[in-house]
Design a protein around this ligand. Structure first.
Ligand SMILES: C[S@@+](CC[C@H](N)C(=O)[O-])C[C@H]1O[C@@H](n2cnc3c(N)ncnc32)[C@H](O)[C@@H]1O
Length: 208
């Protein structure tokens, strides 16, 4: 088991001990926390969702063949405008979806998640950001280009999470990644500036 698998497995246990209906958002090809949740409890009640119909269709195709669970459902929607009623889920799990929000803002995604969580519900979310210390260690010319072109990479979303209404937030730093060897747009920008950018990863448990 890799360190990442171990972290996901322990987060999945915590999600399952909370219990109830789980909504995985921005499921993506990696599935976020959903594969670890279903490994622990194949009967868990999980709604698998993404903006991309292809992603959702492929997960349905795979899980129909491998798990045959009547407790899985599938939905295609924008998590900045979630088509579920207020207070309808116990847990929302997000393995990097909100951090990579398309077609909306990360603040509106957090507000929507808050809205659809039950009164004692939790959001479990993970993403990464570039810390102030990492930024300060870069050449000044690279710092100013990054601050101007990609201010989003320096936001850890803590303030937006509080503003969405969450009453208690527990954050755990869990490693990180480097742009060297990555083919994302931020990695291309870092390379064009001659720097390697380190992203610090965290997992957050946000209580309604
Ligand atoms: C970088 S991927 C990675 C995360 C994914 N959980 C994984 O483990 O592979 C981000 C995912 O979030 C989805 N996404 C981005 N913005 C979204 C939005 N506004 N609503 C729903 N899904 C979104 C993308 O379609 C993509 O599948």
């Amino acid at each position: 088991m890799t360190a990442d698998d171990e972290i996901k497995s322990s987060v999945a246990s915590r999600i399952l001990s909370h219990g109830g209906r789980i909504l995985e958002i921005g499921t993506g090809p990696g599935g976020g926390f959903m594969p670890a949740i279903l490994k622990h409890d194949p009967d868990a009640s999980v709604t698998i969702s993404d903006l991309s119909p292809t992603v959702v269709r492929q997960w349905k195709h795979f899980l129909d063949r491998t798990l045959h669970s009547p407790n899985l459902s599938y939905a295609v929607f924008n998590f900045c405008d979630i088509p579920f009623r207020d207070e309808s889920f116990d847990v929302v799990s997000d393995g990097g979806g909100i951090g990579n929000t398309e077609q909306g803002s990360r603040a509106s995604a957090l507000r929507e998640v808050y809205r659809i969580l039950k009164p004692d519900g939790i959001l479990v979310t993970s993403t990464g950001f570039v810390t102030r210390e990492t930024l300060a260690a870069l050449p000044e010319s690279a710092q100013s280009v990054l601050k101007e072109k990609r201010p989003d990479i320096f936001e850890d979303l803590y303030e937006d999470t509080v503003l969405a209404g969450f009453s208690r937030i527990e954050s755990f730093i869990c490693g990180g990644w480097d742009t060297d060897g990555d083919d994302s747009t931020i990695a291309d920008l870092a390379r064009s500036l001659g720097v390697n950018l380190h992203f610090t990863s965290y997992i957050r448990f946000c209580f309604k």
